[in-house]
Design a protein around this ligand. Structure first.
Ligand code: NAI
Ligand code: MG
Length: 368
């Protein structure tokens, strides 16, 4: 059988810097664990615009559709700020998400003990936290029609429409239940069924998918505003949270920040299963291209490396190897190794992007 395939799109700014460390880790898995990937690389964002005059070439898009997983760095930067909207770097990213139909966006909020002091919440509220927010990514109020700003009775009215079909809710619910089976076996679905019809349908369909297909998973429902409160009050009560595009946008940012730095946050976007049973998938750090520190070797590569760990788990069925990588990162942090973004007010000497990558490889070696 062919090796599993990965397309690397490092992008702009710190994207290529953090991706360079991921590439070393991919090679480590080939050399030390016999997990050989067929890796190809291409351009996205400003880097693609510089060569093709658009932020994603058609050939790159076609390749993304074929591979088992896309790993993306970051796109954008001041050099491209004045480009026409249609060729802005972010459009490359949006095209990938849209054409691959990546409807299920996974954002973990995971707190490494060594960084628990970094949270704005009390240490015992976040230490050991490990939850996953599943946000529906391709429908809902960001896409529903009608939308626009219209004239009505002599004044303007702004309109967006929250709209979900049963099949859209079903597929993201399945994605959440499948995840829960590999984790803590618990799903909490969040909507506003008290005031929104789309929320009533959401609750009903999630419950039906549960009863018919995943009765063994524990399911609860919560109004999204209460969910926001509970996330801050006692986040460890959750395992998997599934919610719509708008609430997911807000709740995932809120949950992610429980754990500290932007340089630590990975994400996955999954679509429908391909012929080989793997979901269409793109993995990327939550952060952007960080032009303020690009080219200086200061970027924290951990968000991008954790995104690869998610790929191991969700695309390649290598949950144990994903855990090995996460544990290696935990060890390095516990040893006090810090990039600049992880330095507290007490100061100290930060390590560079490359040094952080090397320390993680050392910890991987030590895990054998
Ligand atoms: P940003 O995430 O690039 O940076 C925000 C702040 O966090 C900066 O001070 C940056 O230095 C720091 N930071 C981010 N990642 C870091 C890391 N790995 N290690 C250490 N520090 C890190 O967001 P910003 O500044 O709003 O946007 C910069 C550019 O990135 C813009 O062109 C924006 O459009 C683009 N962007 C791209 C995204 C993507 O590719 N998914 C997401 C967000 C922004
Ligand atoms: Mg957001």
């Amino acid at each position: 059988m062919a090796n599993p395939s990965i397309l690397i799109l490092a992008g702009d700014g710190i994207g290529p810097e953090v991706m360079a460390e991921v590439k070393k880790i991919i090679s480590w898995y080939g050399d030390k664990r016999g997990l050989v990937f067929d890796v190809s690389e291409d351009l996205v964002g400003g880097a693609a615009y510089d060569v093709h005059g658009k932020p994603l070439a058609d050939e790159t898009m076609a390749r993304a559709q074929e591979v088992d997983a896309v790993l993306l760095g970051a796109v954008g930067g001041p050099k491209y700020d004045n480009l026409d909207f249609s060729v802005k770097p972010e459009r490359g990213l949006l095209r990938l998400r849209k054409e691959m139909d990546l409807f299920s966006n996974l954002r973990p909020a995971q707190c490494f003990d060594a960084l628990a002091d970094f949270s704005s919440l009390k240490k015992d509220v976040v230490a050991g936290l490990d939850i996953m927010i599943v946000r529906e990514l391709t429908s809902g109020v960001y896409f529903g029609m009608p939308r626009g700003i219209f004239e009505e009775n002599g004044e303007r009215v702004g309109i967006n429409t929250q709209r979900y079909t049963e099949s859209e809710i079903e597929r993201v619910a399945r994605s959440a239940f499948e995840l829960a089976k590999r984790r803590g076996n618990k799903v909490c679905s969040m909507e506003k069924a008290n005031v929104m019809e789309s929320g009533i349908l959401w609750r009903e369909v999630v419950q039906r998918v549960h009863d018919e297909e995943y009765p063994e998973v524990e399911l609860s429902h919560m109004y999204a505003d209460n969910g926001a409160m509970q996330l801050v009050r006692w986040p460890k009560q959750f395992d998997v949270i599934v919610t719509d595009n708008l609430f997911g946008d807000i709740l995932s940012d809120c949950a992610a920040m429980l754990t500290g730095s932007l340089g630590m946050l990975p994400s996955a976007s999954l679509g429908a299963p391909m012929e080989n049973g793997r979901p269409k998938a793109m993995y990327e750090p939550v952060h952007g291209s960080a032009p303020d520190i690009a080219g200086q070797g200061k970027a924290n590569p951990i968000a991008c490396i954790l995104s690869f760990a998610m790929a191991l788990r969700y695309s390649f069925d290598q949950g144990d190897e994903a855990t090995r990588l996460e544990k290696a990162i935990e060890k390095v942090l516990a040893d006090g190794v810090r990039t600049a973004d992880l330095m507290g007010p007490e100061g100290g000497t930060p390590v560079s992007t490359v040094e952080m990558g090397a320390k993680i490889i050392e910890a991987l070696d030590a895990s054998l």
